[in-house]
Design a protein around this ligand. Structure first.
Ligand code: EPU
Length: 344
């Protein structure tokens, strides 16, 4: 292969939505599987750790990256197959998530509209099984292609192999962390029905005509614009914590003390608590420590108020986590990634 388009000492802030300062010693935007492979080979020869960066909307850099930041930038979207029940649409990892959702609607393949306006790339979407407004990616997922960074071969993972769970998949775990997603296939139902389980959507469309996919798309965009900060204006990585899932006894104890606690029943007699409610109730909404703040419209989102460093955001997160644990006895788990190297 000819010269790799490697770049040196690149500022990472513009490649992320949190916008905190950090530098990558080396950076490579890979527009093909061949370039991904060559980048991995090069880093191995140099003995450098590799971090795979998607859309930069779910990562917190608190330090410079001493090795290679590898960003899959493969582009392409196409209808791959149709069956009696589904359109199978294949999208390359470097495509923008929101633009892809809009494009599927233009093509008249609805099904992703509840996931409108989520920042980030298509390749990152299955890693944490993105979800919002009543729908998780896994409900529309068919399969993915990934490059095995150890062997250099391409593999395909179907739904079962991905082991999806709430904000989780095999790609976050030891037996999947060596995989770099290169393309995702969606299974979009021919017999579309609206997903209106999220309370605000249910209320908005109660009693009226069935909304079209485009109307739901617009409603989701409007809700997000109202509650969530636009990363172009206020740096953030969306929800900073997962909604904690607790057992029935813990839920009952908390509910007795806090009757307005927000919780959603789950399988196996467990309850998902609204972390935003816990943080809000603990008095953190709108508070700041230096340039790191808790968003005034959604306490689950931490924001860079201007000039924050990654360490400032993590210090605020720690203060929130400690206080919530003391008040409610519930541990909050960080949702965005800390950068970590591909396994050797
Ligand atoms: N709440 C408060 N105060 C707050 C925030 C929330 O009291 O400051 C309460 C509200 O009563 C609300 C409940 O918490 O009823 C839940 O809030 P919301 O509907 O805004 O959703 P969430 O549980 O805080 C999750 C996802 C979001 C997703 C929304 C909508 C996680 C970690 N977050 O947030 O995802 O957009 O549901 O489906 O599951 C993301 O992952 O980055 C993200 C933004």
């Amino acid at each position: 292969m000819s010269e790799l388009p490697l770049q040196r000492d690149i500022a990472l802030a513009p490649l992320t939505t949190l916008g905190v300062p950090a530098t990558a010693r080396w950076y490579l935007r890979a527009q093909s599987v061949e370039i991904l492979r060559a980048g991995l080979d090069w880093a191995r020869q140099q003995g450098l750790p590799v971090f795979v960066l998607g859309g930069g909307s779910n990562v917190v850099f608190a330090e410079d990256w001493p090795g290679l930041v590898l960003q899959p930038a493969l582009r392409g979207r196409a209808l791959e197959a149709t069956s009696d029940s589904h359109f199978i649409v294949k999208v390359d990892a470097g495509e923008n998530w929101h633009d892809t959702v809009a494009w599927t609607l233009e093509q008249r393949w609805p099904g992703l509209e509840n996931l409108a306006l989520i920042p980030g790339s298509v390749g990152a979407a299955p890693v944490q099984n993105i979800g919002a407004y009543g729908l998780e990616l896994e409900a529309r997922f068919h399969s993915l292609d990934a490059l095995d960074s150890r062997s250099g071969t391409l593999v395909t993972l179907d739904h079962t192999a991905c082991r999806f769970a709430y904000r989780d998949s095999i790609l976050k775990h030891e037996d999947g962390r060596h995989l770099i997603v290169t393309a995702v296939r969606f299974a979009l139902p021919r017999a579309w029905t609206p997903c209106l389980t999220y309370r605000e959507l249910a209320q908005q469309f109660a009693g009226g005509e069935t909304p079209t996919p485009r109307v739901i798309f617009d409603a989701v965009v409007a809700i997000r614009r109202r509650k969530l900060p636009d990363p172009a204006e206020l740096g953030n990585v969306g929800s900073f914590f997962k909604n904690p899932v607790v057992d029935a006894a813990t839920y009952a104890g908390l509910h007795a003390r806090f009757p307005d606690l927000v919780a959603y029943p789950q399988a196996e007699d467990r309850y998902k608590l609204a972390a935003g409610w816990l943080i809000d109730r603990a008095g953190w909404k709108g508070r700041r420590i230096g340039a790191a703040g808790v968003h005034a419209q959604q306490a689950l989102v931490l924001v860079n108020l201007g000039g924050a460093r990654g360490a400032d955001i993590l210090a605020l997160a720690d203060a929130v986590r400690t206080d919530v644990a003391e008040r409610f006895g519930v541990e909050l788990e960080q949702e965005p990634q800390r950068p970590g190297a591909l396994p050797a």
